[in-house]
Ligand binder design. Structure first.
Ligand SMILES: Nc1ncnc2c1ncn2[C@@H]1O[C@H](COP(=O)(O)OP(=O)(O)OP(=O)(O)O)[C@@H](O)[C@H]1O
Length: 374
């Protein structure tokens, strides 16, 4: 069954209404979509997920699954599958019994129950250890069991709250692709909570970035990374180097002037910028180009990371930043040096079509066509 989730102006208050955690939030989640709520600790991700699940009351607005308002519908009647960080699988039951447990409250023949369990263990790739107890499984395998138990009921909606946070770094990466593949195979509309931006970029169809209970931007991973709607999104997702600058308008041409006087022509600024307006320029590390012209920079440190060298750089106007240059890139640039040493000076140009420009207070992007709500 196809399910869209519509969240309209929902409000969450705690402590008898004294604390407002979500002041009025709206999102539409598409059928079959892998949708992620991303934000720093305490921004209200879990609170919102628990409202969708029915564990939290809703103090205003409504949540609908398709046309059906679910505000007052108890959790067990919402047909939801859930996976949390602590797996919550039963230690005294085998893998098969754990998965089958998901079907305990469904009326069906034992043959049907067995077939559904077999099918899902196959999809989630745990059939080979179906007779083992959880203590004989790795963390990743246990999380697969939890996932299998959540989806064996063919839920309308799958909710996951930081399901990978107990796993080590390597396993997290393996499991996030596994979760994504399984979700695409079964096609269940999924809401996923994480504070890990790389995980969100890797796993999601779309991401809602939240801060203090307010959505900052909704968009595809690519949109959010390359065209952040404000400074918060720009610095929360990936690394952004910040430079101060000013708008210069000469006839129909618009430029950004950095503090050391370097001028970057930009063709994609919004129409309402003013000559002399102060702005913030956000540059991803990979948007620097070693060139003959550009910002004067001095290397203040370097970290070798295999594919990349991460350089700390100081610019003439004194702002220090980290710049990641790939080894290959530095070689291909025609520079005589493959690697730079501390105290080396160089010039860094910026990829004008890639950089982002924000109002001085960081509240709004000044790049045309940036979508706040995808
Ligand atoms: N039962 C509660 N009573 C009062 N305040 C609460 C309650 N549950 C959560 N909060 C507050 O609501 C805010 C949002 O919490 P929530 O757990 O939703 O954040 P989160 O974004 O999921 O954070 P994390 O990533 O740390 O889990 C926090 O300030 C938290 O202290």
């Amino acid at each position: 069954m196809s399910i869209e989730i519509h969240i309209q102006n929902v409000v969450k208050r705690y402590d008898e209404g004294k604390i407002t955690v979500i002041p009025g939030l709206s999102i539409d989640i598409n059928d079959g979509e892998f949708f992620t709520l991303l934000g720093p600790s305490g921004c209200g991700k879990t609170t919102l997920l628990r409202m969708i699940a029915g564990f939290n009351s809703i103090e205003g607005g409504e949540i609908r699954f398709n046309d059906r308002v679910i505000n007052e519908i108890p959790t067990h009647k919402r047909n939801i599958g859930m996976v949390f960080q602590n797996y919550a699988i039963f230690p005294h039951l085998t893998v098969r019994q754990n998965v089958e447990y998901g079907l305990k409250f469904r009326t069906m023949s034992s043959a049907e129950r067995r077939k559904k369990t077999d099918d899902i263990m196959h999809v989630v790739k745990i059939a080979e250890y179906q007779n083992r107890l959880p203590e004989k499984l790795s963390g990743g395998q246990q999380q697969r069991v939890a996932l299998a138990r959540a989806i064996v009921i063919h839920p309308s909606v799958l909710l996951m709250d930081e399901p990978l946070s107990n796993l080590d770094a390597k396993l997290r990466i393996d499991m996030r692709s596994a979760i994504r593949d399984i979700q695409k195979e079964v096609g269940i509309t999924t809401v996923y909570v994480t504070h890990d931006q790389e995980e969100a970029l890797a796993i999601s169809d779309r991401i809602a970035v939240m801060k203090d209970g307010v959505i900052q931007q909704v968009g595809s991973p690519r949109e959010i990374y390359s065209r952040p709607a404000n400074l918060f999104v720009s610095t929360f997702i990936g690394h952004s180097n910040l430079l101060k600058g000013e708008i210069r308008i000469h006839g129909s041409e618009k430029r950004i002037s950095t503090m050391d006087g370097y001028q970057i022509p930009l063709t994609n600024l919004v129409d309402d910028v003013q000559d002399g307006q102060r702005v913030l320029i956000a540059v991803r590390p990979e948007e620097f180009v070693v060139a003959d012209r550009g910002l004067q920079a001095e290397i203040t440190g370097s970290t070798f990371l295999g594919q990349y060298v991460n350089y700390a750089v100081r610019f003439k106007d004194g702002i220090a930043m980290a710049s990641e240059l790939s080894n290959e890139f530095v070689q291909d640039s025609g520079s005589v040096q493959t690697f730079y040493e501390v105290k080396d000076t160089l010039r860094l140009d910026l990829r004008a079509d890639k950089i982002n420009v924000f109002t001085e207070d960081g509240e709004r992007s000044l790049i045309k066509d940036v979508r706040t709500y995808g």
